[in-house]
Design a protein around this ligand. Structure first.
Ligand code: SGN
Ligand code: CA
Length: 542
């Protein structure tokens, strides 16, 4: 899809291949035309699907502030992650390396080794001041930052605990607002203004359980979200797709996920006794009155005024079967989109700050997510799979205004992955990119130069056995095909022709007529496993 089809207004279309900087004699973009060093603001959400960024897809929600970054910069139409899970994705971002190299393969057992080479430390060595604000999720204490102020674990939506350079503190308010406040405070008063800066601003939103800001609770009340065509996927020919536990119908809990904790305790979730317990305990942390954990009494009052009537109606309606499934989908989407609205508003606050202080002139601004997410496609919520919805991420990048030759209001189609940010930042800073970094700088793509750019991507997911039961798998994605191998307590290959089957419903692995393409893809997979030095080797002839 071109920008104009996605509703990008007023995009200026410049020559596709142009020097990045006016007056800059070298290819490295580390100083703007008026010699001010270039800053980096990297905004990353947690579980924000590209389907709910209106620059990509306007079926669900408008995100004008997020979209503006792409409208004044570029929209990557092929942005992917290396391992679709929070901790691993963050480790890929900070190291520029795949999971097997940075050592953080999964959330359950991972502890990030902060003594290894990281982009923040390399930027610091190059004269930058660096900050990390918001969701960290790498277990060990952050290293290489001049300032860090992070959530504990996943963080909480209301009155979250932050660890401010080692000191724990409850921050009153709503997570997305508080995270932005902390980041803006650092920009205004915390940083060393004699140095260029790199700010990682990582929201916890819109992670499960999708709790909106109080002021957004009544948004979209009348919206009916379109059910994905494959919501009732039967997973025929896809064993791993069937074995997961992230189905809206069977695994999404009405109490825990959809906030239907009634004061009388009459709502039950048949067939999910364990989850029901977890859900109720979350709501019952403060005595016998159901309340979502950390809220103050005033916050709770507003919350209850919204959910109370929905709970009452839900009890009266006694939904079953497809009616219950579709009610769950609507509730999920309402809350998810309300959380995104809060993110979009806060992205606007950051943009306005940068604009007001003249920083758009010399600051690279990025909006992305730690991975994609399912909006009911295949009947799912959550991520993990190499299927498109969770393998892809939104990625909008706005080059500093001083970079006159940079693309503005255009699409970039090159395949990028989250291991590419680190080398991009280093090149932008004029620093050397160490040879062991596996990602590639995409600065060239930002000026329309895609010569020699990669044509395939490697993926590897490890977190199993674990929550949601998505089997371990690795795979290769080319422009047209996606090939994946699920392993561990399963041995299943899946191959999709994305041109004929973009929703990935028909596994054609082993089907007559696919022999040649399969051989080609297996060779490519093996090439990437050797290139990235992943010890998992493709068995011959599979
Ligand atoms: C939590 C969620 C899961 C989610 C993981 C990983 N459950 O465990 O649904 O897949 O995080 O998410 S919850 O009941 O605790 O919300 S990640 O984005 O941090 O990797
Ligand atoms: Ca995530």
């Amino acid at each position: 899809m071109k920008l104009k089809d996605a509703g990008f207004a007023g995009a200026s279309i410049l020559a596709s291949v142009a020097p990045l900087l006016t007056g800059c004699k070298e290819d490295k973009c580390h100083k703007c035309a008026n010699r001010k060093p270039l800053n980096i603001v990297y905004i990353m959400c947690d579980d924000h699907s590209y389907q709910t960024v209106s620059a990509y897809d306007n079926r669900f929600i408008d995100t004008p502030n997020i979209d503006r970054i792409g409208a004044e910069g570029v929209r990557f139409t092929n942005s992917f992650v290396a391992n679709s899970l929070s901790g691993p994705s963050r480790a890929c971002l900070l190291t520029g390396k795949h999971s097997h190299k940075n050592g953080f393969t999964n959330n359950e057992h991972g502890i990030f080794d902060g003594s290894q080479q990281t982009v923040q430390q390399l930027l610091r060595d190059a004269g930058y001041t660096t900050a990390m604000v918001g969701k960290w999720h790498l277990v060990s204490e952050p290293t290489g930052f001049d300032y860090w102020n992070i959530f504990t674990g996943q963080g909480d939506y209301y009155n979250p605990v932050f660890v401010d350079n080692g000191e724990r503190r409850v921050m009153p308010g709503y997570a997305t607002n508080v995270t932005t406040d902390i980041a803006l405070e650092w920009l205004e008063n915390g940083r060393d203004k004699s140095k260029p800066f790199c700010l990682f601003l990582h929201h916890k939103s819109p992670h499960r359980t999708w709790m909106p800001d109080l002021c957004d609770l009544d948004l979209y009340n009348d919206v009916v979200y379109p059910l994905p065509s494959n919501f009732y996927d039967d997973y025929e020919s896809r064993e791993a797709a069937a074995l997961q536990e992230m189905s809206i119908v069977k695994d999404m809990n009405v109490i825990y996920d959809l906030k239907m904790a009634d004061p009388e305790g009459e709502i039950h979730t048949p067939g999910q006794p364990g989850l029901e317990g977890a859900g109720r305990s979350m709501y019952l942390q403060h005595g016998d009155k159901p309340r979502p954990g950390r809220m103050t009494a005033e916050q709770q009052k507003v919350w209850d005024a919204h959910y109370g009537p929905i709970i009452e109606k839900f009890k009266r309606d006694s939904l079953e079967g497809e009616a219950l499934a579709e009610w769950k989908y609507q509730r999920y989407m309402h809350d998810y989109c309300r959380v995104i609205h809060g993110v979009d508003r806060n992205v606007g606050r950051v943009y306005e700050y940068l604009e007001k202080h003249g920083l758009l002139e010399n600051t690279l601004v990025i909006y992305t997510s730690d991975q994609g997410f399912y909006m009911g496609e295949h009947g799912y919520f959550d991520k993990r799979f190499m299927y498109e919805e969770s393998f892809r991420t939104p990625l909008l990048v706005r080059m500093p205004d001083c970079c006159k030759g940079a693309l503005r209001g255009e699409d970039v189609e090159g395949f990028v992955q989250n291991i590419d940010h680190a080398p991009t930042f280093l090149e932008l800073a004029g620093a050397d990119v160490p040879e062991d970094i596996q990602g590639e700088s995409y600065l060239g793509l930002l000026r329309g130069d895609s010569r020699g750019w990669r044509k395939s991507l490697y993926y590897h997911f490890y977190e199993y056995p674990a929550e949601h039961c998505v089997r371990r798998h690795y795979g290769v994605r080319t422009e047209r095909y996606s090939l994946m191998h699920f392993y561990n307590d399963i041995d299943e290959w899946e191959l999709f022709d994305l041109k004929k089957d973009p929703a990935q419903m028909h596994n054609i692995y082993g089907k007559p007529g696919t022999e040649r393409v399969t051989r080609r893809l297996l060779r490519e997979l093996e090439r990437l496993q050797v290139k990235y030095d992943d010890p998992v080797i493709v068995e011959n002839g599979r």
